[in-house]
Design a protein around this ligand. Structure first.
Ligand code: USQ
Length: 394
């Protein structure tokens, strides 16, 4: 089975590439180093240096004998996207540079993933809109023109739904209006320009499904935490990119780092803002199970990709408890919320579909957090306090 991973250098992309390669898939990754370049441009360092994509693919090959083909390229260029479908692709590095064939599955992570980044100013908003929508559109047209049977697994976000005062369904809502019924995409109301681009992505894919019978799985994922995956345990150099700064770090990863350097946990506002969370290992499982049971032709299948829900206060409390038990002096601070979001709200999403296709959740246990503390502590000297809070306002 050939799999193409768009955004293969990112926090989720590289672990996904190793995960599928380990399981015998023929994996190609493509990335333009957007994330690394943005970190450099904004001067928000990562916890530890990470080898380039080519270096990582070489290390992976040396240690496992398995081959991952690498393309360093920009998917906003339609010809780069189309090259993976029409056989004109030029691999930046591959043990065997014969065309991998039209991908049976494309996993689409190639997006600017940060809400704060998208609200730095109008330029960063434009970059987010341009990158995310053009890459998605290029993918949709490549599938339309060359391979309508390719299964597109696209990463969406739970943030597309916002925090409505009703239960959140998995993507669709049946509406009865003046005595007649129909099924529509669940109402969406995003809280950032980044999240808004994900809504627009979903609309593009839904259009492609209706017009050209594409097959698409859209995974509405919550914030992810974690560092290590089974494959990265082989060698530390295979560990994923790990950000703890305000722009690219997600809350739990940030709180662990903050605990280690005595930086009070930055709960925004009242801290009642609730989201669905998942372990990075579950992202891999969810994508794998989606790949194994593909969407049908003409189907936009939507799953809510979360395993449990927590408020910011819950996470601070959990991290503090584990941190203190490990001997760290962990304080919790409620700082003025730089974002415009509900700090107390109803939140009851459904998340059954992925379990039904075989995903077995990992939960946020003390043991999981202890393991993260252990790894992050090893890089204590690299942690820069000045990037933890920069105050990007909505
Ligand atoms: N938060 C704090 N303190 C912090 C950081 C965050 O209280 O120091 C709060 C935020 O205000 C927010 C929640 O924690 O209410 C989650 O924030 P986050 O920065 O961990 O995640 P978010 O900005 O929502 O974005 C992340 C990923 C994004 C993904 C999204 C899923 O960066 O790619 O789409 O999680 S979701 O949140 O469900 O939309």
């Amino acid at each position: 089975m050939s799999i193409l991973i768009l955004g293969g250098d990112g926090y989720l992309g590289w672990p996904t590439a190793m995960y599928f390669s380990e399981r015998g898939y023929d994996v190609t990754v493509v990335d333009n180093y957007f994330r690394r370049n943005a970190c450099a441009a904004l001067d928000v360092g990562m916890l530890y240096p990470v080898p380039t994509l080519v270096e990582r693919a070489k290390i992976w090959h040396e240690l496992t004998g398995k081959k991952i083909k690498v393309v360093v390229g920009d998917l906003t260029d339609p010809e780069v996207m189309r090259s993976f479908f029409n056989g004109t692709v030029e691999y930046t590095w591959a043990i065997d540079d014969k065309f991998a064939g039209i991908p049976e599955t494309v996993i689409h992570y190639a997006e600017q993933p940060s809400a704060p980044y998208s609200l730095i100013d109008y330029n960063h908003a434009n970059t987010t809109i341009f990158n995310n929508l053009i890459v998605t559109n290029n993918l949709m047209f490549a599938a339309r023109d060359f391979s309508r049977d390719t299964h597109i697994v696209k990463l969406g976000t739970m943030g597309e739904y916002g925090t409505p005062n009703i239960d959140i369904e998995e993507g669709w809502l049946e509406i009865e209006h003046k005595g007649k019924k129909d099924k529509f995409l669940f109402p969406r109301q995003a809280g950032s320009i980044y999240h808004t681009t994900k809504i627009m992505d979903t609309d593009l894919m839904w259009f492609g499904v209706r017009m050209w019978d594409l097959r698409v799985t859209d995974l509405m994922q919550g914030p992810v935490y974690g560092i290590e995956t089974e494959e990265s345990k082989i060698d530390n150099r295979l560990r994923t990119i790990f950000n703890y700064d305000e722009v690219f770090g997600t809350i739990l990863n940030r709180f662990i780092v903050q605990s280690i350097v005595d930086y009070p946990l930055t709960v925004y506002g009242k801290g009642g803002q609730t989201r669905g969370y998942l372990n990075i290992n579950d992202t891999l499982q969810c994508v794998h199970m989606s790949e194994k049971t593909p969407a049908q032709k003409s189907e936009l299948r939507i799953f809510n990709q979360i395993m449990e829900t927590f408020s910011a206060n819950d996470l601070a409390e959990k991290v503090q408890k584990v941190g203190v038990s490990l001997g760290y002096d962990v304080k919790v601070d409620h700082i003025e919320n730089p974002r415009k979001e509900a700090e107390e709200h109803y939140y009851n999403p459904t998340y059954q579909g992925l379990i039904d296709i075989g995903v077995e959740p990992h939960y946020l246990t003390d043991e999981v957090m202890t393991d993260m503390f252990r790894i992050v502590d090893g890089f204590k000297d690299n942690i820069r306090k000045d990037v933890i809070f920069k105050g990007i306002r909505w």
